[in-house]
Structures are given as C-alpha cells and as structure tokens.
Design a protein around this ligand. Sequence first.
Ligand code: FES
Ligand code: FES
Length: 169
Amino acid sequence: MATLQINGQTLDIGTIDPSTPLLWVLRDTLGLVGTKYGCGIAQCGACTVHLNGAPVRSCQIPVGNLTNEAITTIEGLAAADGSLTKVQAAWVAEDVPQCGYCQAGQIMSATALLQRNPNPTDADIDAAMSGNLCRCATYTRIKRAIKVAAGQQPATAFYNAAAVNGERA
Ligand code: FES
Ligand code: FES
C-alpha cells in the first residue's frame, strides 16, 4: 500500500505502478479532477500542482518518486469553510475563466508566484506564468487578477455591477 500527502491529508493510493504519473493518480485513483490533463508532455501547465510549495507539472512526476512531499492541488487551496484564497477571490472578481479548462493550473502557478514573491513585477508575472497556456487567451485577465491578489490594483468593478443589474457584462 502506498500513500501520498495531499492537501494536508495522508491518502491511500493502493498498489500502483510506480511509473504512473501523479496526474493519473490524482484524477483516476483519488477523484481529484480539478487538476486537468492537457498535453501530457509538460508543455501546457494544465496539470500544475504544488510539490512542497513549488509549482510542478503533475503529468511528468512518477508517483513512485514521491514519499513524504507535501502535494497541494486546486482542491486544497480554499479553507475548510469554503472561503477562497486571495488569488481565487481575484479570479472571481476579475471574471478570469472562459472555458475554464486551463484555470486550475493558472491559479496554482499564480498562487506559487505570490507565495514566493508577494509583489511581482510584470516581468516576474510573465516569467512565472509563461508555462501555462490558455487556448481562450485569458492572459490579460490572468495578469490583472494576479495584480489584484497582490494588492497592486483594485478589483475591476464590472463584475459586481453586473450582479447588481442582474446581468453579466
Ligand atoms: S498536461 Fe501536464 S503540462 Fe500539459
Ligand atoms: S479559459 Fe479556456 S483554455 Fe484557458
């Protein structure tokens, strides 16, 4: 029997081929499907999770290489009472997602960035996020949300205004 440390819990993953990518174990064994499969070859960032706080591509990590590393997935960011992190709240306020498929990976990379650099420059943001692709091209909103989460600019008003008016902008 093997276990992984995921989102603060020790989870049993049973008997599994140690070469199985972590992404497969998260999604197929543990049902943590917030982490997405995009390319499978470390090119898109959709599968990004944190390994001891650093963003990694879970499609590239054989589960047999993991022992006691702390793994965090998108499901592990919000508090137990459901309250969102600053990054998640900024994503909502800025209405970032379009189709949404890439967004868990984007949020994991952005969260890791702000944990190691709470006041990033544009160049810092570009460097940290360059490995996360978005086919819907939400890049402008992603950058804005990171700046909102960092406290560098206020949230855009249109989301709340739209809610008040009963419609989405
Ligand atoms: S699925 Fe892992 S980087 Fe694309
Ligand atoms: S929101 Fe559709 S791929 Fe990024």
